[in-house]
Design a protein around this ligand. Sequence first.
Ligand SMILES: [Zn+2]
Length: 266
Amino acid sequence: MDEGQELKQINQIIGVFVNKARQELKARWDQWHIDLSKNEFYEVVGALLARQVTLATQLAENPLIWNGHIAPLILRAMADVYISLAWILKEPIDRSRKFVLYGLGQEKLNLEHRKAQIEKRDPTPAEKIMIESSEAWINSQRFTFLTEVNLGSWSGISTRQMAEEAGCIDFYNYVYTPFSACSHSMWNHIARYNLRQCLNPLHQYHRCPYDPEMPVDPEYLYLAGKYLQKSFSTFDESVDMKIEGQSAFEILCEDLNQLNKVSDES
Ligand SMILES: [Zn+2]
């Protein structure tokens, strides 16, 4: 198979995956019996699932970032979403409220910082709009519990503890932690990806900065599909939902296998 053909096939695989992932999200939302008296739970869980679909579909649609420089940033964000989701589902109402409160607290803090920054002068028209829209967004939240509970920290515990309580410590150890090195540009990432040995033999084999091009690796698309499926499955199990038919991830696995077979043969 030539490169043009392979690219065409990859584009097809992406298109199918993206459509199917969005359909799956919609199918779950349509089937879920929503209790408006506990709206915060449904909105938080719905938004986290949608966020997971967004992260997976954005990664899918940008094959040039399917490499060790950038893909782990997105996969690590997906790991964060998964752990939050799994932890919230164990104690839905209390924990989704905590999640909302923390986010609103952060927004208020940002707003105060912005106001403090321009304290001694009048805001520009653009700043005025930004401040007003942030205030309006905070005040538009219609959750009744907002008046009952004080601002606290989000979960009050570390991500590791959340993963332990949600029964996904393996996921934390094998996915979240390794991808953190890339997300935080730690030494164990940058020394591998952004240094190469100097060619001057008199320089004692020191390493020099380097920004290498990386090949497109479909393994990263596979991982995004896998974490999306893991999120859907955890949700389904928790709320007792059955979704008919093949999942986006199952189709993706078949398509990627097919792609490997064809490129091995040619
Ligand atoms: Zn040198």
